[in-house]
Design a protein. Structure first.
Length: 449
């Protein structure tokens, strides 16, 4: 009996051990499954090529988050091909939208300016300004003379954030070398004419790509930040043509409570953005112009900023009223090699953080991707139509900003066109508005007869 009882107890103990082992194995398998599910959700679904809903929220500014945004930009570009039947058209657009004129590089070749039929120049004219009302003589005006740097942006949260980043860097480095410049951030295109007509010394063009992201950005910005004025935008709104508020940000509330754009609105904004680039590409034929793309800024912020500082602070100004023969070569070549360290220092600082830009891109990417299937065909059709109308963005003059905007009943296209019209103001001390097409643009006259 004792033997039988002992065997029974042993069997019970073995059974309990097996039960415990099976339970532990089951728990372990559940935990493994849970962690695999988390990994699959965060890695595969957010980064997989088959997903059309890109998870770009919750950006904290880490390299991984930045990389996720860059991947999402690529996916959006693939999702909406601007010219699916003709890749050459898209290449032409990208080439035009990123056209530059870099002193010492693009004016040393054999290119001929198509407008003047002369050797291409990258002019860096520093205007004296008329200052008619103040009555200063030439000598006094020369004391106030400053290089004028135009940061050219399309209306939008992304380019506005980039412009603010550039302004901080230029202000900080300018103070360090005791160089005073005037920085003007605007969406208004320079007036037509040669390099001394528009009143800028050098231009920096900020380009948001892919185009569907720029369209979406311009729409939400126009609906939340721009006024319904009818007097040529800031050209007559407050006596200024520069953007006054560079602190405007897009948040979840604005995104949620702004009505979605119609197909007509998306098409009109697409056309306006192409016309803006048509105008800026003409300016790059004769004026020093640096072009920055969103992906390059995100990928290489330090290198991008070094390029900006080298471009702006290169001592190659063409001072109106000065004798250029008296300017020593060593003065022209001042500060040629110090900008890498300055760029590294600024990017590492609080003012140089790309966190605000990452946040804006993240929000707009999510919205742009969700709307891609709805508006992809509209963007493609508008792109094709505008490329034909502008002769692949080479026509002079470029199509009017006001052509077709009245078909957009949301008012967004009208407000954006207001912001893009040329700075053609009576009495402007720097710009010389001599081409009638520019005067028609300010009057909202698309026909310009």
């Amino acid at each position: 009996m004792v033997t039988i009882s002992s065997k029974a107890a042993a069997r019970r103990r073995n059974g309990r051990i097996k039960l415990v082992a099976a339970s532990a194995t089951l728990i372990l398998l559940i935990l493994i499954g849970f962690y695999l599910l988390q990994w699959f959700t965060s890695s595969v679904l957010s980064n997989g090529s088959s997903s059309t809903s890109l998870n770009t929220g919750g950006i904290k500014g880490s390299p991984q988050s930045k990389q996720r945004i860059l991947v999402s930009l690529t996916k959006l570009n693939e999702l909406i091909q601007l010219s699916p039947d003709d890749t050459k058209k898209e290449s032409i657009f990208l080439s035009t939208a990123t056209k530059e004129c870099i002193p010492g590089r693009d004016d040393n070749g054999k290119d001929i300016n198509p407008t003047t039929h002369r050797k291409r120049e990258c002019l860096r004219h520093v205007p004296l300004g008329k200052h008619i009302m103040t009555g200063e003589d030439l000598e006094e005006r020369m004391k106030m003379q400053r290089p004028r740097i135009g940061i050219m942006i399309t209306p939008g949260y992304i380019p506005t954030t980039v412009a603010k980043w550039i302004r901080h860097a230029l202000k900080q480095t300018g103070d360090s070398i005791h160089m005073d410049i005037e920085i003007l951030t605007t969406a208004h295109v320079p007036v037509y004419g040669y390099g001394k007509s528009h009143g800028y010394s050098k231009l920096i063009r900020v380009v948001t790509l892919p185009l569907p992201l720029a369209v979406n950005d311009a729409y939400y910005y126009s609906m939340n930040e721009l006024n319904d004025d009818n007097d040529g935008g800031n050209n007559g709104n407050d006596g200024s043509f520069v953007m006054q508020n560079l602190d405007a940000i897009l948040d979840e509330t604005k995104l949620q409570y702004t009505v979605k754009p119609s197909s007509q609105t998306v098409g009109s904004i697409t056309e306006l953005l192409l016309r803006w680039h048509c105008r800026l590409s003409h300016v790059a034929a004769h004026t020093a112009e640096l072009t920055l793309t969103l992906d390059n800024i995100l990928k290489h912020p330090t290198d991008t900023l070094e390029t900006i500082l080298t471009f702006v602070w290169r001592q190659d100004w063409e001072w109106e009223g000065h004798n250029h023969d008296r300017i020593k070569r060593e003065e022209r070549e001042l500060y040629p090699k110090i900008w890498k360290g300055a760029a590294e220092e600024f990017v590492a600082s609080e003012d140089g953080s790309l966190q605000p830009l990452l946040n804006q891109v993240s929000l707009l990417l999510s919205s742009s991707t969700s709307d891609a299937t709805t508006f992809g065909e509209t963007i493609q059709q508008s792109f094709a139509s505008e490329m034909t109308k502008s002769k692949d963005l080479t026509s002079w003059p470029c199509p009017s900003f006001w052509d077709g905007v009245d078909n957009d009943y949301s008012g967004a296209a009208h407000k954006i066109a207001n912001e893009m019209t040329p700075n053609c103001r009576d009495g402007d001390p720097y710009a010389r508005c001599t081409v009638n097409k520019d005067r028609c643009e300010v009057k909202m006259d698309a026909m310009c007869k």
